[in-house]
Design a protein around this ligand. Structure first.
Ligand code: ADP
Length: 381
């Protein structure tokens, strides 16, 4: 009898304990649901589009801004493979960048790329692989609308382009007027007047140069850089630039050696390629001390023509080398020297080379010298 009583007591205790556990579990479940709702509300109210994919790359979470950019309805979207959402023509560019061509299940890790989803909408997409120490958990895709920034950028480019065009005409007029006075075409001038006018002429030339640089930059940004592609011997372009540079070489007493061999013809925009070589040669002269040396060589391999220009100049500080092709960037060691420049030359140069499907790079050591290289494909098919 006593044994029975103890048993029933025990049972009662177990029941109470079970009820407590159930209550706790219920609380935990409620908490988890609350947390999930909170997270979903935050994701839903973000300005950016957010898509969370599971490890099979099926849509697990997608917020309204993402649905809007991809122009799809919410119904039936969950569980669908992400690649299927990008089947529309206007999303082809994004699909190509994110989804592996052969294996539709694979998503590529990309860090901020820009796309246009329609004529006047631009987005920046980031896709990040989510993983813990053990396994891959899926992908997080963030879509950021940059339409407004693009518009402002375009307006800025247009403004620079219009302003530069407007400035070019009066500057040319000044150039020719000063030249005529200097040449004595409108009567004689004394030494002092001549000296002043020569300074005016040089400053004016500098302004024309800056305006031309700005025009080239706006052409790059408007995507209309190359117009006259023709088959040429690149040696001829080099020769033209070298001939036109004799005076600046003489002024600094710099020896220029040119090594070339017979090269295959290349299809290039002759004028733009001249600008590339001129920029590189003028930099080599500008950033090399009096009496220094410059060597240019032209070579080719099976696929490319390779240009090399080596100087014995001031070099580029190691910690600034990664910024050298950035617009308006000038390294610290040259801003301390008495040289003028805009920091637009190499930006333009790199863009021209890339428009020819080529590559440009350099090696440099401070106070020893710099070598710039570029290569362009012999056939651009
Ligand atoms: P700019 O010469 O007008 O300043 P660039 O875009 O042509 O502009 O060059 C950017 C910067 O790269 C220069 O200001 C200079 O710091 C560095 N640089 C380019 N070429 C050389 C060179 N040959 N030697 C040393 N520094 C160079």
């Amino acid at each position: 009898m006593e044994e029975l009583l103890t048993k029933s007591e025990e049972l009662r205790n177990v029941r109470v304990a079970l009820l407590n556990v159930l209550e706790d579990t219920d609380d935990l479940r409620k908490e988890a649901v609350d947390e999930r709702n909170k997270t979903m509300t935050i994701i839903e109210n973000l300005n950016d589009g957010v898509i969370l994919l599971n490890k099979n790359n099926q849509v697990e979470i997608i917020n309204s801004p993402a649905l809007e950019v991809l122009n799809i309805k919410r119904e039936g979207v969950l569980g669908i493979p992400f690649a299927n959402l990008l089947d529309k023509e206007e999303l082809a560019e994004i699909k190509k960048a994110i989804i592996d061509e052969k294996d539709h299940k694979k998503i590529k890790d990309i860090y901020r790329e820009e796309f246009s989803t329609s004529k006047d909408r631009h987005v920046e997409i980031t896709s990040v692989l989510l993983r813990d120490e053990l396994e891959e958990k899926g992908f997080l895709i963030v879509i950021h609308d940059v339409t407004k920034e693009k518009l402002v950028e375009r307006m800025k480019t247009e403004f620079v382009s219009v302003a530069a065009h407007q400035l070019r005409t009066p500057l040319s007029a000044i150039k020719w007027t000063v030249r005529m006075i200097l040449d004595g075409d409108v009567g004689s001038i004394n030494e002092e007047q001549k000296e002043l006018l020569e300074k005016t002429y040089i400053s004016n030339e500098r302004m024309i140069r800056l305006i031309n640089d700005l025009l080239n930059v706006s052409r790059i940004e408007e995507g209309r850089l190359l117009y006259n592609q023709e088959e040429v011997q690149i040696e001829d372009v080099l020769e033209g630039v070298v001939n036109a540079s004799q005076e600046i070489l003489r002024n600094k007493n710099i020896k220029l050696k040119v090594e070339k061999k017979e090269l295959p013809k290349v299809i290039i925009d002759k004028e733009k390629m001249g600008l590339v070589i001129q920029n590189l040669l003028e930099n080599a002269v500008k950033y090399t001390h009096q009496g220094g040396k410059i060597k240019i060589s032209l070579d080719n391999d099976e696929k490319n023509v390779i240009f090399k220009i080596e100087d014995s100049g001031v070099g580029i500080p190691k910690d600034q080398q990664d910024r050298i092709f950035t617009k308006f960037f000038r390294a610290e060691n040259v801003t301390r020297m008495e040289t003028d420049g805009t920091g637009l030359g190499l930006y333009t140069t790199k863009n021209i080379i890339q428009a020819h499907k080529g590559e440009i790079w350099f090696e440099s050591e401070e106070n020893k010298g710099t070598t710039f290289y570029f290569k362009i494909p012999i056939s651009n098919k």
